[in-house]
Design a protein around this ligand. Sequence first.
Ligand code: AHR
Length: 513
Amino acid sequence: MKKTLSLFALSLLGSMPSLAANEATVVLQPSEESPIIVKEIYGQFAEHLGTCIYGGLWVGPESPIPNTNGYRNDVLNALKDLHIPVLRWPGGCFADEYHWMDGIGPKENRPRMVNNNWGGTVEDNSFGTHDFFNLCEMLGCEPYLSGNVGSGTVEELAKWVEYITAEDGPMAKLRKENGREKPWHLKYLGVGNESWGCGGNFTPEYYADVYRRYQTYCRNFNGNRLYKIASGASDYDYNWTEVMMKNAGHHMDGISLHYYTALGWSGNKGSAINFNEEDYYWTLGKCLEVGDVVKRHCQIMDKYDPNKRVGLLVDEWGTWFDEEPGTVPGHLYQQNTLRDAMVAALSLNTFHTFTDRVKMTNIAQIANVLQSMVLTKDAQMVLTPTYYVFKMYVPHQDAKLLPLNVATPVIKARDGRDVPVVSATASVKNGVTTISLVNTDLNEEAKVTVDLAGVSARKVSGEILTAASMNDYNDFGQPEKVTLKSFDKGWQVNGGKMTVTLPAKSIVTLSLK
Ligand code: AHR
C-alpha cells in the first residue's frame, strides 16, 4: 500500500512541522459557536429480518432463554450500555409489506404472513406494535416507525398513528382493549422506505405526490408532534433528493439517505471474515466516501432549504458482506471483525462533521443482521467489535462538537480511494473533553501530536479497541478477541500538547478533564 501525505496536510505545511510516515497532527479549535452532536446520530435499526427480532431481541415469555416479558435479558442489558437514542422499526423493505393490525390483539389470533423480502420466512406477527413500544420504553429510546406506503393505504397509516397517539376515539378504544391505556409518544414517522425500490418502485416525481398525500392524514393527536420523514435516496441518486426537495420539501421534517459499505448490489460482496489487506483498505475507503455523498445531498438540500429546517437522516448505513456460509439465505447474517469496528468509527467521525444537517443515523442493524451490535445463537450472545465502538463513543452523544484539523499521511487503496492513517473527532460535555482517534494502518503505529489549544488535560483516561489481526472477531463460547481495554500508557501531556501513540489498527478514546 502506498502512503502519501494528505492534501490537507500539504496545504498546512507552512504552519506545521513536516510529517514523517505515520506522524499526524490534530489541532483542536474550541469554539463557543460549535453545534451539538445530536444523540440521534447513534440511532439503531431493527427489522423483521432473519433473527433480528425473533431470537435476537425477542424470545417470548415462555422461552428457556432468560427474558423479561419475552425480551432477552442478555441483549437488553448489553444494549442499555449503548444509551440508544432512537430505534427504527419494522423495516426496511419489510415495512412496506407490514400491516400493523395483524400485529395487535391476542397473539394466538394473529394472522401469519410470508416475509417475501427476506427468505420467504413465515412471520407469525407475535412481535407487534405493543411489543415494539414496550421495548423502546425499556431501552429508554425514541421509537421511529417506518410506515407502509408500498402495499398499504393512507387510511391504514393514518389509523396506526391514531392507535398509538390518540387519547380518545375508535383507535384509542382498540388500543385500550389491547391493554394499553395511555397513548405512547411517537415523534419519528417514516412515510415509506426505499420507495424507489422495494418500497414501491416509484419515480421520485410520483412518490413526491404520494408522500404529500400520505403525510396529510398523519395527524398530531393530543399534543404529540410528528417529525415526518420522506423516503430518500440511495447512495449517489442525487436526482431523488432534488425532486423530493423541490416537490415536497415543505411537507417534510426530514428525508432519509441509505449508504451501505458494500462491494455492489449484484454478485459477491466478499466475506465478512476472510479478507486481505487490499480488501480492508478498500472497505475503509468506500465507507469514507459517505462524506462526499452526504455533502452532495446536503448541497441540493441547501438550494431548497437554506435555513436547514429539513434534516437529512442516514437511516440505514453499515457494512454489507456475503451471508455467513451455512446460514439461512436471505437472513443477512454476517460476522463482525475489527474491520467493521473501523468502519463504525470512521463513519461516526464523518457524521459528526455534518451536525448542521444530519439529524439522525441508524446503523443496520441492531442484532444478527448486517453490521450488528450483538449476535446471538440460541442462549448465547456475543458483543461485536462494532458494539464496542458505539460504547466508546457514548460520551459524544449530545456533546458540543470540538472542531479540529487533522494532518495525516494517506494510504492509497484500490480504485484510487484515499484512506487517512489518522482520523479524529472531539467533543465536550459537562466539562469533559472526549477525543476519539483512529489509526487505520494495519502494520505501523501512528504518533499523533494533539495541539490542545488551551483545553485542560490535567486528568486523562483512555480506552482502546484493537486486536491481533484485522480478521479477528468475537465468537460464541470463545474469549473475546476484540474487546475494550484501558489505554493509560500511550499518551503524554506536555506544554499544551498531547502526544498519543496509537498502535497499528486501533481506535482510542481519551477523556480529558
Ligand atoms: O437493512 C437491510 C435492507 O437494506 C433494508 O430492509 C432495506 O431498506 C435496505 O435495502
